[in-house]
Design a protein around this ligand. Structure first.
Ligand code: ASP
Length: 427
């Protein structure tokens, strides 16, 4: 059985066993023990192995991407296209979300007692998130793109700063073609190759890890909250589905020259990893392998677009931010004018770029936007109970968007994607 089929089997097995356990043994002690001692550690081990590779991968992939692109003019062109892609496609995503939330109005009609009860359950975490919003506001966000100490940024998992450092390194290595820089680039190529080999090994664990991660989540999923917030959940899922199943296929057909079915088949390992880990960063190793090997995107484009995209291109996250802010505004009875909604749209586009590619990375951004519009940021507690499930889905859209972008930009560079192959690390 091929690896991606085994991942699918793990996915189905983990979800169905988890749901069955939730249904028949939600309060059983053995279930807690099984989740705590088996499922969680297996899932966490996989996540750690993936996260372990993120910094060396981001650093080496970006340097190689820049060096392979070669002259600064082509770099500027591909960089410009990537930026344009992020801005345009994210605007489409947020607009879909805002239209849906205005049409379905999920925040109206929730009994205030229910809201208070939900917020009371998650109060502590909500106040932590509300407090952490300080870190994502103001001019410091822009300044922090440039690291004072790249090693410290790497240690803090501040990927945007690491990317800036790697980009500058790559550009300088392209400009000076000395023996020394050639040797450096060869060594970076070595780091990249080693990372890919390690991913190749790690990803063999994926079927088991995916089963374990999904088992822990579904076994402990609070169905009550899901039902209570059903309209909000449905609004988010419907908007994400439109972006994923309508907008992406159109972009693939019209600009990517690729059949959407072939894309979804090829992209499946990365999409499953995104769904199970809820983290674009943890998925990055798989995204890179899949985009190069199964979607046939030229290496230089895939490395550049996917790596930048893992933190900067988050269609699903930006959409979710928009829907959640408006949902909470509706709940708290804050009327927003069209002008304010357009401001929210712009903030969500920036929020998609600024949010970290980790589980719940968008929550501090949402808290910041809420505070700006006089909506209590602690209100985020209302949706925390359903956030994990929605996080899984929006991360799939985020990672999908990086891969669709690579296909389209690869084609626009005159290098169409080859037919997806079944071979390779992620196959
Ligand atoms: N979990 C998302 C990601 O990594 C970020 C978020 O929306 O919270 O892509």
């Amino acid at each position: 059985m091929s690896l991606h089929t085994r991942m699918l089997v793990g996915f189905i097995a983990g979800t169905s066993l988890g749901l069955a356990a939730n249904l028949f043994a939600a309060d059983a002690g053995w279930l807690d023990a099984l989740v705590f001692y088996v499922a969680d550690p297996v899932g966490q081990l996989f996540l750690r192995l993936l996260f372990m590779l993120v910094i060396p991968l981001v650093f080496s992939a970006l340097i190689l991407g820049v060096v392979e692109i070669g002259d600064p003019r082509s770099l500027g062109r591909i960089g410009g296209k990537t930026l344009a892609w992020i801005l345009v496609v994210t605007t489409v995503a947020v607009s879909i979300g805002l239209v849906m939330v205005n049409l379905l109005e999920p925040g109206r009609g929730i009994p205030p007692e229910l809201g208070a009860e939900l917020m009371a359950q998650t109060g502590e975490r909500a106040s932590q998130i509300a407090a952490s919003r300080e870190g994502v506001s103001g001019i410091s966000v822009l300044l922090n793109i440039v690291p004072r100490n790249p090693v410290q940024s790497a240690a803090n998992g501040d990927l945007i700063a690491v990317m800036f450092f790697a980009l500058m390194f790559g550009i300088a290595a392209t400009v000076i073609r000395s023996e020394g820089t050639k040797a450096f680039v060869a060594a970076v190529q070595g780091v990249y190759d080693i990372c890919l080999k390690l991913i190749d090994w790690t990803i063999r664990l994926a079927p088991y890890a995916v089963a374990a991660l999904l088992f822990s989540i579904t076994a402990k999923l609070g169905f009550d909250v899901l039902v209570q917030l059903a309209r909000f959940v449905a609004t988010v899922l419907a908007a994400l589905a439109i972006h994923f199943f309508v907008v992406f296929p159109i972009l693939l057909r019209v600009f990517g020259g690729m059949s959407p079915l072939a894309f979804f088949r090829g992209a499946q390992p990365a999409l499953l990893t995104a769904f199970s880990t809820s983290s674009s960063s943890a998925t990055l190793p798989t995204t890179l392998a899949v985009t190069e090997q199964r979607l046939g995107v030229p290496r230089r484009v895939a490395r550049f677009v996917c790596t930048l995209g893992a933190t900067a291109n988050m269609n699903g996250t930006a959409l979710f931010e928009g829907v959640t802010v408006l949902f909470l505004a509706q709940f708290f009875g804050v009327e927003l004018t069209i002008f304010q909604q357009v401001t929210i749209l712009l903030l969500c586009i920036l929020g998609g770029i600024g949010a970290a590619g980790v589980p719940g990375g968008s929550l501090p951004v949402i808290a910041m936007i809420l505070a700006m519009f006089g909506i209590p940021p602690e209100g985020i507690g209302l949706i925390l109970g359903v956030d994990r499930l929605l996080d899984m889905c929006r991360t799939v859209v985020n990672v999908g968007g990086d891969m669709v972008g690579s296909v389209v930009i690869g084609r626009s560079e005159g290098e169409p994607a080859e037919a997806p192959s079944q071979a390779g690390a992620a196959g």
